[in-house]
Ligand binder design. Structure first.
Ligand code: M6R
Length: 607
């Protein structure tokens, strides 16, 4: 979604703002703009480089703010892109989020003589500050009054000629992080833009606002009371936010797969004693012992990892699990009885629907445990306990490495839960742990077959429709494989449980509608073979994902990609890798920028 970057210090702001916006490009946007104190405002539709070209050398100044916009109110255009200003162009601001009562505020301000130029909800904030400043003694007071009057969500960065040496920032619902440097300070909607400059950061909480100067920062609540908070050190390296020699972040992140597993296990799995430790859950361990039901709720790929988790938990920890789209959970009337635990899974930690779902669950008294990649994110802070992925930022819009880590953490969580509830025997426990330890090498071996998978992808890239089918632990992988393909290659793909084939989808099958069949050597293998036979009998083309050593499928399917053997519970982690690579090469082969698929954003912070 939209991105914010701001700077106050002694360096020239323009190149820093442009670099900051470039670091945020991955979030998805349609226009960009900036404001520099003393130099003015510039905006451009399309890529940040259009804005850069427009700036030339003329934008000199040491304080400024910048924004990449992903349109919600008003078409993508220069006039609608941020920063927005008041009538006299003395206040400039960039905003992430949605001001829900902007219409009523706008009408009131128009009646008082304010002139609006854009169709955005954001512009109302600048005019409201302008209005409030007429009666309030300081800019801070006017801002505070404004924050109390607006409803909705905001991450705001504001500059004003009233106090040009300061940047004002505020947060409600949309992430804002401050970067604390030496004689200079930064603000961004995402720490990845700040990491190249400083690793000392402060995450604003909802209902907090701050004032930054070159040499200071002050935090306040909405009563105007100053808050004391020390910066924390962020662990991400600059390299982790860069492509590391690959053409796309997506491939870099797929190839990180084996390390992703190792990093997710770090500090949690003792390879000698074969014990799983999740100290982050210690504070809720007593509650976990007695939970009666788990509801897993998330969005997109994160939800599919939860579907794998559902099967694991029910099988070994024997707790009933339900899966819920967070976007539905928030609006229906979920019944959360005592003893219900909510699990949310989220890479960004900021997904609006997931956040709303856990807030509803908390409101009803549920324990909330989350799997989150972004430390300091809202969902991380609002959960009762968090398992962090420990895998660094995921930049590609198509989630790959986060999925690998999420499923790995579900496996650990299942073992942990099974142990404290006494539902898993020692032999099974150790067996699963040993198989988890063996995963990175197995993933590496799949990654070494990239070229082979590319050739297969080339062969299939002419098709416009795909069916992905799986059963049991590969059922969610059918959804995930289809999602990966459609989001980066714009090819129609559907994920289905193979058992549902005869209830409808088989009608679609012909020689132009290939099927990707997840047919690993597990308890449902024979059933999958029958489904493949049914497709072949209808002239359908089949690409099978099979277990190494399988000698049957090469005679039945048109193409086969083999993955190493593992226990059924972990097979999703191996089956998904070739599908990520397959989707990547189809998307790239069609000439698309797979890191920034059209219409998508990395972090979906609005509904
Ligand atoms: O940041 P989150 O994990 O909460 O994001 C959830 C989904 O938006 C995300 O997984 C999305 O489906 C990806 N584009 C899938 O590749």
């Amino acid at each position: 979604m939209c991105g914010i970057f701001g700077y106050v210090g002694k360096r020239q702001a323009a190149p820093l703002l442009i670099d900051g916006l470039k670091a945020l490009e991955y979030r998805g946007y349609d226009s960009a703009g900036l404001y520099i104190v003393g130099a003015g405002c510039a905006k451009a539709v399309g890529q940040v480089k259009n804005l850069e070209t427009k700036l030339g050398d003329g934008f000199s100044g040491n304080t400024g703010l910048a924004h990449t916009r992903w349109a919600t109110h008003g078409v993508p255009s220069e006039v609608n892109s941020h920063p927005h200003s008041d009538c006299e162009q003395k206040i400039w601001l960039a905003h992430n989020g949605i001001i829900e009562n902007y219409n009523e505020l706008k009408e009131e301000l128009i009646s008082k003589g304010h002139k609006f130029v854009s169709a955005t909800d954001t512009e109302v904030v600048a005019h409201l500050i302008e209005e409030n400043i007429k009666s309030d003694s300081s800019f801070s007071e006017a801002l505070l009054k404004t924050l109390k009057a607006i409803r909705g969500t905001y991450g705001l960065v504001i500059s004003s000629v009233h106090e040009p040496e300061k940047i004002f920032v505020a947060r409600k619902g949309s992430p804002i992080v401050l970067g604390i440097g030496e004689g200079e300070n930064f603000v961004a909607s995402d720490p990845s833009a700040i990491v190249p400059h400083t690793k000392r950061v402060i995450y604003l909480n909802d209902g907090e606002w701050a004032i930054l100067t070159a040499g200071s920062y002050q935090l306040f609540d909405l009563e105007g009371t100053e808050i004391s908070r020390e910066p924390q050190t962020i662990e991400w390296s600059v390299e982790q936010t860069q492509k590391g020699g690959y053409d796309h972040f997506m491939m870099k992140e797929i190839v990180e797969g084996d390390n992703v597993i190792k990093n997710s296990l770090r500090g949690r799995l003792d390879e000698v004693s074969l014990e799983v430790k999740l100290p982050e859950l210690d504070s809720v361990a007593n509650q976990l012992k007695d939970i009666k039901r788990i509801i897993i709720t998330s969005c997109g790929t994160a939800l599919y990892s939860g579907m794998v988790g559902e099967y694991m938990i029910e099988e070994l920890a024997k707790v009933p699990v339900e899966i819920e789209y967070a976007s539905e959970f928030r609006y229906r009337s979920p019944i959360i009885e005592p003893g219900t635990m909510i699990m949310s899974i989220t890479q960004s930690g900021e997904t609006a629907d997931t956040l709303a779902a856990i807030r509803e669950a908390k409101r009803q008294g549920a324990l909330v445990v989350s799997i989150v990649n972004t430390v300091g994110s809202t969902i991380a802070r609002e959960s009762d306990a968090v398992m962090f992925n420990q895998i660094g930022p995921e930049i590609g819009v198509a989630s790959t490495k986060a999925f690998m880590s999420q499923v790995t953490l579900f496996a650990l969580f299942t073992l942990y839960l099974g142990k404290i509830r006494g539902t898993i025997n020692e032999e099974m426990y150790k067996k699963v742990v040993q198989e988890i330890i063996a995963l990175p090498d197995k993933i590496k071996s799949i990654l070494s077959r990239q070229e082979e998978i590319k050739l297969i992808a080339d062969k299939y890239s002419r098709f416009e429709d795909f069916l992905f089918m799986g059963r049991k632990y590969t059922f969610p992988i059918a959804f995930e494989g289809a999602l990966k393909l459609k989001e980066i290659s714009y090819v129609h793909a559907e994920g289905y449980g193979a058992g549902e084939m005869k209830h409808g989808p088989i009608a679609m099958i012909d020689e132009n509608f290939p099927t990707v069949a997840l047919a690993l050597s597990d308890a449902v293998y024979e059933k999958m073979v029958s489904n493949i036979e049914e497709i072949k009998a209808r002239s359908g083309k089949v690409l099978a994902i099979a277990t190494e050593g399988n000698t049957t499928l090469s005679n039945l399917a048109d193409d086969v990609i083999y993955v190493p053997e593992t226990i059924e519970m972990l097979e999703a982690l191996l089956a998904v890798v070739p599908l990520q690579i397959f989707a990547y090469y189809i998307g790239v082969g069609r000439g698309y920028n797979v890191d920034k698929p059209r219409n998508l954003a990395k972090s979906v912070t609005v509904e």
